[in-house]
Design a protein. Sequence first.
Length: 407
Amino acid sequence: MNRTWFWVFSLLVGLVLFFIFFAFYSCTSTVCFGVLEKPDYVNGQLVKHSFSSVDLYRDRNLDLEGNDVIVYLHIQKTGGATFGRHLVHNLDVDPPCSCVPGVKKCLCLTKNKRVWLVSRHSVGWICGLHADWTELTGCVDPWFKKVDDRGRKHRRYHYITMLRDPVKRFFSEWQHVSRGATWAGARLHCNGRSATLEEVPFCFSGEDWTGATFSEFVSCKSNLAFNRMTRMLSNLTKVNCYNRTGLDEDQVSKILVESAKENLLSFAFFGILEEQSKTQFLFEHTLGIKFINNLEQKEQTHVARLLMTQEMVDIAVRTNKQDIELYQFAKDLFNQRVADVEKRTGYTVQEYFDYYRDPQREEEQEEDGDVEDDSGMQHGQGEERRLSHYPGEAQPEAKRLSRQPKS
Ligand SMILES: *[C@@H]1O[C@H](CO)[C@@H](O)[C@H](O)[C@H]1NC(C)=O
Ligand SMILES: *[C@@H]1O[C@H](CO)[C@@H](O)[C@H](O)[C@H]1NC(C)=O
């Protein structure tokens, strides 16, 4: 009898050990027993950076009547359009932006008739379609000097942006492009000129890239979807803009990521699409401006409904290494900033919304009802519609010329 138990016990121990070893060998960073797991960077489980209080503390209490101006750097497919609309429709500022139903742009002026917000939904794409850091830093101040001359002598620019899980963002951009978006009108301005078509050829011939398959999408070398967040946040003059002749790829990549991190650190604020409550919490405590209605987390994105194979995920991870590194950095910074505000204020994010922020106002959440959106965030469950184009996207042919193709 004893001997039988001994063998049963041994067998069990053996099985458990086998299982552990099997798991050890079969689990890559994203797959375990054939089940797709979220990579570590997605959940913030992996903490790779710890920031000093200088980097965490951002208490800017903006004085919009004074010299403060918000500059919103809008990266494609980061939930940025939704957030951009919140900035014009949903901020508790006095006076509020003046918006006309059906018109995309609102008039956002202070009491002294000064522009306080640079964004697509207020002043439009004054620095070009989806202008990046390099374009904005070279263009915003000259624009104000021209337009705002009655007003302030100096302005303090507070850059803000939204980031998103780079793999989801990449898939989302592919979906958006295959539905007909091109952003061909982007100027890609750097060092005093736009990128040429030799430097950044379009991935499609003809009008757009409708119906592009995933493998077509990832085989185009000049596809700006790769590591888009890093490129748009870095100082591109450090790598000779879009001309990479004679430059070492790895070196360029390293410089871009470092530059993007450095610039992000200098931003007044950035939010994370996957973290709407914390984003709002941090925004309100950093800039000293509240939203009227709370930001909502939308789980049903196009991407959430998209079937991604492991192979597709692997490709996206492999081709977006810079963005993954940047996002890891950003998420650590973001979470530590949230924790820092919690520590300083003495309440948690949850307690803030439950008790401290505005106890009376819970019931009044209104639905935006706004379905026009390019973030892939807000459409219903039904069929996917072809999305409306941005201004400037409508005539890719005409816009090609604006990128100064070599003659
Ligand atoms: C971008 O980098 C270049 C080269 O390092 C530097 O001269 C320039 O001042 C930077 N641009 C901004 C806006 O900081
Ligand atoms: C790109 O850079 C290389 C090396 O710096 C230079 O020789 C070439 O003329 C540049 N091309 C363009 C289009 O500016």
